[in-house]
Design a protein around this ligand. Structure first.
Ligand code: ATP
Ligand code: TZP
Ligand code: MG
Ligand code: MG
Length: 267
């Protein structure tokens, strides 16, 4: 039943072609734009404080990603985020590397406090650090999750008053009350940089077209994971270079029928 709804949301993204305003890092900009286009959304990257309020208010979603943060960008993110909040545009936050440096941790906590966030998505270490819990992180990559990620997602959602998605081998998404686990994806995703960042932007595309934001987030996680599985089959025995390309093709070609057949989500 829920996989039916997820398939319909995938079609809705393609029909509505939502504008996703990304303020993201320099590593992933091109792949994020191409991934959103392949899915059926419309990407724009805009950073100048002179224009971000105007761009955010006409977007279907605003994605803030601190992967290569600096003080000018953070100032502009607050301007963009406040404009999005005023105009009812969903705001997604990817706290890349929170916990790796105190600048990243403090900036994440500052943005989460200043803005009314619709979603936060990160690995377990990043989410733990945003709520002031310790969890080991190496650069921007999480070490193997040790604790219960569903509990962490619930606790973070309650504390931050937002929907929290924690990704890894299994993804979880929670609004503090209802929690879904998604058992899709493929380990080769960890060998292509920016697959987490693109996912946050893909969640933005789904949030732009759905009233129920928790279902929108779960839908994005399922579609993304199934697309990765199909791409990994195509790139089997080759490597991450081919996977990176096949993944764009899979996002482009993904069907509701494949979502129904391969999607694996539990409440
Ligand atoms: P990290 O820096 O820890 O890799 P990230 O921001 O890149 O974090 P991921 O947790 O890697 O984000 O999530 C990106 C995508 O990769 C998600 O769809 C997730 O389900 C998938 N993924 C990550 N690790 C695995 C794995 N071991 N097996 C299957 N899918 C995975
Ligand atoms: N360094 C700073 S941002 C970034 C790197 C390698 C990209 C991180 O992307 P992701 O999606 O979290 O793997
Ligand atoms: Mg990753
Ligand atoms: Mg990341």
């Amino acid at each position: 039943m829920i996989l039916e709804t997820i398939g319909q949301l995938l079609i809705k993204v393609r029909e509505e072609n939502p504008l996703v305003h990304n303020m993201t890092n320099v590593v992933v900009t091109n792949y994020t734009a191409n991934g959103l286009l392949a899915l059926g959304a419309s990407p724009v990257m805009a950073y100048a404080k002179q224009e971000v309020a105007d761009m955010a208010k006409i977007a279907g979603a605003l994605v803030l990603n601190i992967g290569t943060l600096n003080e000018h960008e953070i100032e502009a993110m607050v301007i963009a985020g406040k404009s999005a909040n005023q105009h009812g545009v969903p705001v997604l936050f990817d706290p890349v590397g929170a916990g790796a440096t105190s600048y990243r941790t403090e900036t994440s906590q500052y943005l989460a406090q200043e803005l009314d966030l619709t979603f936060i998505r990160g690995n377990a270490a990043e989410i733990a650090n945003v709520i002031g819990e310790r969890w080991e992180i190496k650069g921007v990559d999480a070490k193997e999750a040790g604790g219960d990620v569903a509990d962490l997602a619930r606790a973070a959602a309650k504390k931050l008053k937002t929907i929290v998605a924690i990704t890894g081998k299994v993804d979880v998404i929670s609004d503090g009350e209802t929690t879904y686990s998604i058992h899709n994806g493929h380990p080769i995703l960890t060998k292509v940089t920016g697959t987490g960042c693109l996912l946050t932007s893909v969640m933005g595309a789904f949030a732009a077209v759905a009233n129920d934001k928790l279902i929108a987030g779960a839908a994005a996680l399922v579609c993304y994971g199934v697309a990765a599985q199909l791409a990994a089959e195509k790139a089997a025995g080759v490597g991450p270079g081919s996977f990176q390309i096949e993944f764009l093709n899979a996002l482009y070609n993904l069907t509701p029928d494949e979502v129904r057949r391969f999607g694996y989500i539990e409440k």
